[in-house]
Design a binder for this molecule. Structure first.
Ligand code: HAM
Length: 424
């Protein structure tokens, strides 16, 4: 048998996994500053949640869900995104009872059945935040600023923020009619995707890269906004200006998910082939009511970044990512008694806060030294039976080649102190 992982899924091996830890650690540091707290929801949910939440006619629900029947014949779906599950958990656990804004975040795998390519996987990972319980435009601005800050904290350069207002469902219905009237005469000239989108989700037609040049005179949703939507959008922009978050208004920006109202936005960066969106989000007033019952409705706003895409761009931009913690000490025991003693010593070294490793393959001096070299240890400690009897141990500092003999009973404390000194 020759097993291979399913198409479009990752194995994150040592060497790569540290980069993921860096993405996640940085995410957690920032959520602490902004006061978002972690929520962990199931990897799978009832299919109905995504149909209702994300929208029946979206690509995600129509084409991309991993849906299956469980043993009791329930329809189950691997979560394609984090908002629907988070909102369900918020409603189901009555977090709406909190008089303050509920701020949640998640980092984890999502699943979409797509054609894999760079930055597009079937199992991918999102870092997302959701703020529930306020329709203040200041919260939209905070969420947009958060994603931008995250990119900056990681060291990403040239991230662009595009913002738009998609109004309310009613406004979109009016706009849809106007847009269709504009598109109808050119229908035959449009690409196949556009023609199919005209039927299912006409607002997304304006997103098309191929037919972009035909849309110069297209109606703009911003002209359709009512007073309330216009004011909300102006306030969001005002707050972004006040915070110094740079953004562009893109009146053609429509997101691929149905739940957005008012603000919609995306983070963009060049460097992953044809893909340039690394994250997105928006306001979703009404979604809590739809999922958890109208009587408990609460407004919400959130965003999610695709971490595969963030990582591809970090690497393309040559941003330095911290590596696996270096090794302080590698222990080699020569002779049976000395070898046995290194078992105790490596344990004591770790207890003293040193990263420590020993030889476990009973190697002779020469190949044990090669193994120590490969481990890139700062210090190699060699203990022979004679030294054990004399109560000393030989320490070699690999970078300089310097050798010294230290008291066996004290060398761990000394090395730990030296380490603390270097870090001070
Ligand atoms: P989304 O735009 O569907 O929004 O996904 C957010 C990000 O996830 C994308 O910008 C992209 O970086 C990443 N992503 C999506 N699909 C894939 C894939 N197949 N492979 C790799 N990365 C992918 C949402 O999911 C919303 N829930 C965001 C949100 C949160 N809105 C409000 N709150």
């Amino acid at each position: 048998m020759n097993f291979q992982k399913p198409k479009g899924t990752p194995d994150f091996l040592p060497g790569t996994v540290e980069k993921w830890q860096y993405l996640e650690n940085t995410a957690r540091e920032l959520t602490a500053l902004y006061r978002y707290r972690e929520v962990r929801t199931p990897i799978f949910e009832h299919t109905e949640l995504f149909k209702r939440g994300v929208g029946e006619t979206t690509d995600v629900v129509e084409k991309e869900m991993y849906t299956f029947a469980d043993k009791a014949d329930r329809s189950i779906t691997l979560r394609p995104e984090g908002t629907a599950g988070t909102v369900r958990a918020y409603a189901e656990n009555k977090l709406y009872a909190d008089p303050d804004v509920t701020k949640l975040y998640y980092v984890g795998p999502m699943f979409r059945y797509e054609q894999p390519q760079a930055g597009r996987m079937r199992q991918f990972h999102q870092f997302g935040i959701e703020a529930l319980g306020s329709s203040s435009p200041a919260l939209d601005a905070e969420v947009i600023a958060f994603g931008y800050d995250y990119c900056r904290k990681l060291g990403l350069k040239d991230v662009r923020v595009e913002v738009n207002s998609v109004g309310t469902a009613e406004i979109r219905a009016n706009f849809r009619a106007k847009l269709l009237a504009f598109l109808e005469p050119m229908k035959e000239e449009l690409c196949r995707d556009c023609r199919s989108r005209m039927e299912r989700n006409p607002l997304r037609v304006l997103d098309c890269k191929i037919d972009q040049h035909r849309f110069d005179g297209a109606p703009s949703i911003l002209d359709e906004l009512d007073e309330e939507c216009r004011t909300h959008f102006e306030q969001v922009r005002g707050y972004l200006d006040a915070m110094g978050v740079p953004y562009e208004i893109n009146p053609r920006l429509v997101r691929g998910l149905d739940y957005y109202t008012h603000t919609a936005f995306e983070y963009k960066a060049a460097g992953i082939g044809a893909i340039d969106t690394i994250g997105g989000g928006g306001r979703y007033n009404g979604l809590v009511g739809q999922i958890g019952g109208e009587e408990h409705d609460q407004p919400g706003v959130g965003m999610a970044l695709g971490l595969e895409r963030v990582l591809i761009i970090l690497e393309a931009q040559g941003v330095s990512i911290p590596e696996y913690a270096p090794l302080d000490l590698y222990l080699i025991g020569l002779g049976d008694r000395a070898e046995a003693e290194t078992v105790r010593l490596v344990h004591a070294a770790r207890a003293a806060g040193l990263t420590a490793e020993k030889d476990y393959q009973g190697r002779k001096m020469k190949s044990a030294m090669k193994s120590a070299d490969r481990s890139a240890a700062r210090e190699v400690a060699i203990l022979g039976d004679d030294e054990l009897d004399a109560g000393v141990i030989s320490i070699k500092t690999m970078a300089t080649g310097e050798q010294r003999k230290l008291p066996l009973g004290d060398f761990i404390r000394m090395l730990a102190e030296e380490k603390a000194g270097r870090q001070a």
